[in-house]
Design a binder for this molecule. Structure first.
Ligand code: 13P
Length: 393
């Protein structure tokens, strides 16, 4: 239900500009059509709708399938199986994923790239309708990617706030009900106070704009796995980042019941001499969450960050061995897609097997969300790590 809403727009905009609104100036007309401020299209969703969307994504035994790779990153995935990065190949790959029968048993939301949100199957069925038929909520990546942050220690910031309100309203009209914005924090680069503040502020502005347009924001400050630091250092940085994120979320009047988080798990750096067990990772990650995340937040949907498929599932399972204040689940890209892609190889005759591979991973993570997963019988392929230094999405 996208509709124009003017009531909230008037007061804050005149306050912000620091002068009376156009309608109040002597001689000005009070008709809306004569206002000089441009009126963006705006989806007027209620708080109840946001809360309902967040709750349905955070439903027991289900999590998010992230397939929002930019065209460049999707190209890298396709290149790994010898395919060209064409729109037809990207569409074919996304069709395979989004038309997997029974996917909705384990997947509650799918994050799409803008191109995919507007695409249809080769038979002409819109991808958003394929998702709805499986009771999967369509989501959309809205950030415009990372660029160098001047004045920092070789760190980056995430672009995309310009025009975000009207883009979000359009995405809502197209069927999206949640959004994703991924920014990153690098431990080996500091992180500098500037980079952390910029990441947190950008996420908070994005979250407020998303909610104002009917989209539940996924808040994702990814703390990269890069580095040789111990797990204690990751915990320290994660606590700092999340406290700043919540500080600015509150300043921007974001409704906590209508957001989802996408944190990195608290692990040692990828190049640290010792690996941590799933129990240790679960202990540190839950410690961080309990110290920093209010129970009003409905769902914590982890990213996989370059862990192997099995590692990501085992760690999630370890976190669900006792009840948590939130729904603790997954929003994996690499850890759900790796085996699928290798099974498919771009061949039509492999589609069914590739869809089965997706269901195997989705079911494993569904069991992990319920704390009932065992890695018995997992393939060697699923145990291979996928960490890439300085990974971009
Ligand atoms: P992975 O780290 O699970 O590959 O996904 C990152 C992400 O942000 C996808 O939306």
């Amino acid at each position: 239900m996208a509709c124009a809403s003017f009531t909230k727009l008037n007061a804050p905009s005149s306050q912000w500009i620091g002068q009376p609104s156009f309608a109040q100036r002597p001689g000005s007309s009070t008709r809306l059509t004569s206002r000089r401020v441009s009126l963006p299209i705006r989806a007027g969703a209620s708080k109840d709708e946001l809360v309902q969307t967040a709750k349905s994504i955070a439903s027991p035994g289900r999590g998010i399938l992230a397939i929002d790779e930019s065209n460049a990153t999707c190209g890298k995935r396709l290149a790994s199986i010898g395919l060209d990065n064409t729109e037809t190949n990207r569409q074919a790959y996304r069709q395979l994923l989004l038309t997997t029968p029974g996917l909705g048993d384990y997947i509650s939301g799918a994050i799409l790239f803008e191109e995919t949100l507007y695409q249809a199957t080769t038979d002409g069925k819109k991808f958003v309708d394929c998702l709805r038929d499986e009771k999967i909520v369509p989501g959309i990546k809205v950030d415009k990617g990372l660029v160098p942050l001047p004045g920092s220690n070789n760190e980056s910031w995430c672009q995309g706030l310009d025009g975000l309100a009207s883009r979000s309203a359009e995405y809502y009209k197209q069927g999206a009900r949640f959004a994703k914005w991924r920014t990153v924090v690098s431990i080996p680069c500091g992180p500098s106070a500037l980079a952390v503040k910029e990441a947190a502020w950008g996420l908070a502005r994005y979250a407020a704009i998303s909610q104002d347009n009917g989209l539940v924001p996924i808040v994702e400050p990814e703390i990269l796995l890069d580095g040789d630091h111990p797990i204690e250092r990751t915990l320290e940085v994660a606590e700092k980042v999340w406290s700043e994120v919540f500080y600015y979320l509150a300043q921007n009047n974001v409704i906590f019941e209508g957001i989802l988080l996408k944190p990195s798990m608290v692990t040692p750096g990828a190049e640290h001499k010792e690996k941590a067990s799933p129990d240790t990772i679960a202990k540190y990650t839950l410690t961080m969450l309990k110290r920093r995340v209010p129970p009003a937040v409905p769902g914590i949907m982890f990213l996989s960050g370059g862990q192997s498929e099995v590692e990501a599932t085992l760690n999630l399972n370890a976190m669900n061995q006792s009840p948590n204040p939130w729904h603790v689940s997954f929003s994996y890209a690499r850890a759900l897609q790796n085996t699928v892609l290798k099974t498919w190889q771009g061949r039509p005759e492999n589609i069914e097997a590739a869809q089965k591979a997706l269901l195997v991973r989705a079911k494993a993570n569904s069991l992990a969300q319920l704390g009932k997963y065992s890695a018995e019988g997992e393939s060697e392929e699923a145990k291979k790590g996928m960490f890439v230094k300085g990974y971009t999405y």
